[in-house]
Ligand binder design. Structure first.
Ligand code: NOJ
Length: 741
């Protein structure tokens, strides 16, 4: 039976059972078959890679091909089969987005959300590059990152901190830069999780029934959740990981609309799709829907895939395409050219030392500092001016090392990070597969103490309180604050008239229990800064680095202000349903639409100086502004190439009117007719000396100005007036203008 969907405006036949009929507007995934064969036509590099891949595959036996489509037990979290007679050792996959998880002598980078708080493209690239060098050094072919999903729809979801946050533009820019950096170091980036894995609760099937179905309309798919993946693809990502949960009632790894349709047709993906670990829920359907590798073992493939190809349920062309795509990515990254031997060892086994950290501690410290967000600073409390006596409070000030173990908490999740228990110690990263393995942790306590000793300080002038908010893969949060930490702050503030709060948080953390307390004179959202946490903080506290970080999600006054997007959807039925009926209205878009005043808005952050904005200019380029992109142009990886054409350049002048040099992150919000009142469509970070002016530039692409036309199935420019505002945050808008299309 068919249903009219807002998404496509057409009736779709689902041909499925009664459970699906209960889903109203959402929840239908149209069939898209067959899988397009990878062609390598996106660029000369892809063409060369495909030529080599085809030549390699021509030499393989049927069983050798099958072995490349699946995982085997090995030294990494994922290991494909090998072809020893041709010298191919197989592909090694390892977690994760914030540092290689597990081995020794690797660095613990800031989390993805922390990196995003820098709003700094150069740092994003440098992060990817440094991380990629470590993967390369350990001989890992595929790095399981960056993360662009979860995007952060649900405020309390467990994994929001792994990626940049709920704005698709920031997430897209970061994925693009991290992919470029990682692949620039020779490693295949695996952008994940495709798509709609926005909560942990029932992400996998269990005794109650199937996994959660994220029911999302076609417009929201394009304008919000798939948007950042387009950037990752444009940057050349060689791999994409399909996610655990169901998408419109079809498991993501067997969802032909998502894999064959969106990824491999509309976005022109040339590389391979790998399943999340144990995410494969069927054999033939996954093969025909566009899955290329199953992890971590044979899943429903192995012998069954051999049988399916033999009896024609899966074509031999599809099998060849799986292997061609995989090997094309391998050649695209020139990994045939003396790639280091994989050397990942369990810390409990005697093994040679392979230290891949280089001088990455420097960039980790810089990004650590640049990602700190100052949100309150009364009477220039900060920077500290060599206070003679500093008191330090709170469980989050010190390191309490959890040994490298897998305590199998929370239903078998991975808990291998430091500070995994909320009150255990300082928090530098969240938990689960997105965690990392710090070689050391510079705690706030250590770094501040070192500084105090160096400054020969004594006697109390400032009280620093450290608290955190933990989150992890495999469970969602139940609160955005905790009483213990709030009371700790209130108790210190009750005794100390100069209380500075530092908060390490995996996702949003509400602060209204104490933010207006008169003795709380400064507050820093310290993010998840990685191994150099204390140093990065001291750099900011003492003003060696002028803070420039800005929030990448809205901090509400109270949990309930996030409305229906506060909690994960709880559903005990056999076919649980989660309707993304809010469409693109998540985070600041929802706060704007519902006129809810946040405590700290998206994009907010203070500096030790002040900036004035002036001189907004809009210059039209010569690019084609026809309603739709040209019909006769071939799709390349990343989608229709004209989507990236720059149609306008917007500039503004930023003047530093304060006392010290500092960097400002200027943001451009666009009011596209029919879309949310404002959506971020540009940001630029500039360093400005005292009494000087610098210019920011925001190139606006065709995609930035378009809406997704669900009927035409194309990105469309409207003939209309578009509002442009430029400011210091999503609510501190300083300049505005309109542009006419
Ligand atoms: C499950 C996680 O969802 C994914 O992000 C990770 O890469 C794999 N496990 C492998 O650890």
């Amino acid at each position: 039976m068919g249903k009219l969907t807002r998404a496509t405006g057409v009736r779709e036949e689902n041909g499925r059972d009664k459970y699906f009929c209960e889903v109203q507007l959402y929840g239908l995934s149209p069939p898209v078959y067959p899988t397009p064969e990878g062609q390598g036509t996106s660029s000369p590099e892809w063409t060369a890679a495909y030529t080599k891949a085809r030549a390699f595959i021509a030499q393989l036996t049927f069983d050798e091909k099958l072995n490349l489509t699946r995982g085997f037990t090995g030294s990494c979290v994922g290991n494909t089969g090998s072809v020893p007679r041709l010298g191919f050792k197989g592909l090694y996959f390892e977690d994760a987005p914030a540092g290689i998880r597990g081995p020794d002598f690797v660095s613990a980078f800031p989390a993805g959300s922390h990196l995003a708080q820098t709003w700094d493209r150069e740092y994003m690239y440098a992060y990817g590059k440094a991380l990629g060098e470590e993967y390369y050094g350990k001989g890992v072919n595929v790095a399981l990152g960056p993360v662009g999903g979860p995007l952060g729809r649900v405020a309390r979801a467990g994994r929001n901190w792994e990626g940049p946050g709920p704005d698709p533009y920031v997430t897209g820019v970061q994925m693009e830069e991290v992919v470029k950096g990682m692949q620039g170091a020779g490693v295949i980036a695996c952008s994940k999780h495709f798509l709609f894995n926005e909560q942990e609760y029932r992400r996998l099937p269990n005794e109650l029934g199937e996994s959660m179905s994220s029911n999302v309309d076609d417009l929201t798919l394009h304008e919000l959740y798939a948007w950042p993946f387009m950037n990752a693809l444009k940057a050349g990502t060689g791999a994409v990981m399909c996610s655990y949960q169901r998408a419109n009632n079809s498991y993501s790894c067997q969802n032909s609309k998502l894999l064959n349709g969106i990824l491999k047709t509309e976005f022109g993906f040339e590389g391979f799709v790998v399943s999340d670990w144990q995410a494969q829920q069927s054999g033939v359907s996954t093969a025909n829907a566009g899955l290329d590798i199953v992890m971590p073992d044979g899943g429903f493939w192995g012998k069954n895939l051999s049988e399916a190809v033999t009896n024609g349920s899966v074509s031999i062309e599809r099998l060849n395409d799986m292997v061609t795509r995989t090997m094309a990515s391998f050649y695209f990254l020139n990994q045939n050219d003396s790639y280091p031997e994989a050397q990942i060892f369990s810390p409990t086994v005697q093994h040679p030392i392979l230290d891949v950290r280089s001088d990455h501690d420097k960039v980790i410290r810089e990004i650590g500092a640049a990602g700190h967000v100052l949100v309150k600073n009364v009477n220039k409390t900060l920077p500290l001016k060599k206070p003679r006596y500093v008191s330090i409070f709170g469980y989050d000030a010190e390191v309490k090392a959890v040994p490298w173990t897998n305590p199998l908490r929370y239903g078998g999740g991975y808990e291998v990070n430091f500070g995994w228990n909320t009150f255990n110690g300082t928090l530098i990263v969240g938990g689960g597969s997105g965690s990392n393995t710090p070689p050391y942790v510079i705690s706030p306590f250590k770094a501040i103490q070192d500084r105090v000793i160096a400054d020969r300080e004594a006697n109390s002038e400032v009280c620093l309180v450290f608290i955190n908010a933990y989150a992890s893969e495999s469970f969602d949060r139940t609160s955005l604050s905790d009483k213990f930490s709030d009371n700790l702050v209130l108790n210190v503030a009750g005794q100390c008239s100069n209380t500075v709060v530092v908060l390490h948080s995996a996702g949003p953390r509400v602060v209204d229990a104490w933010i207006e307390h008169e003795n709380v004179t400064a507050v820093i959202f310290g993010g998840l800064p990685g191994q150099e946490s204390g140093h990065a903080l001291v750099d900011v506290l003492y003003g060696d680095v002028n803070p420039s970080g800005k929030l990448v999600h809205t901090i509400a006054k109270k949990d309930e202000d996030y409305g229906d997007l506060l909690n994960s959807t709880i559903d005990f039925s056999a076919f649980p349903q989660q309707n993304f009926s809010e469409g693109v209205y998540i985070d600041y878009r929802a706060f704007d639409r519902n006129a809810i005043e946040p405590r700290f808005e998206f994009g907010y952050g203070l500096s030790y100086t002040e900036f004035a904005y002036s001189n907004l200019t809009i210059v039209k380029t010569g690019a084609n502004t026809a309603e739709y992109p040209s019909a006769d142009v071939s799709i390349v990886q990343g989608g229709h190439p004209e989507l990236w054409d720059i149609l306008f350049n917007v500039t503004a002048a930023i003047t530093n009117i304060g006392d010290v040099a500092g960097a400002e992150i200027a943001q451009l919000y666009l009011g596209v007719p029919g879309a949310p009142i404002r959506q971020l469509r540009g940001f630029d970070k500039v360093m400005v000396q005292r009494n000087s002016t610098a210019h920011v530039i925001f190139p606006l692409t065709r995609r930035d100005l378009s809406v997704w036309d669900v009927v035409a199935q194309k990105w469309r420019l409207q003939t209309a007036e578009y509002n442009i505002t430029v400011g210091a945050s999503s609510r501190d808008l300083r300049l505005n203008a309109t542009l006419q299309l």
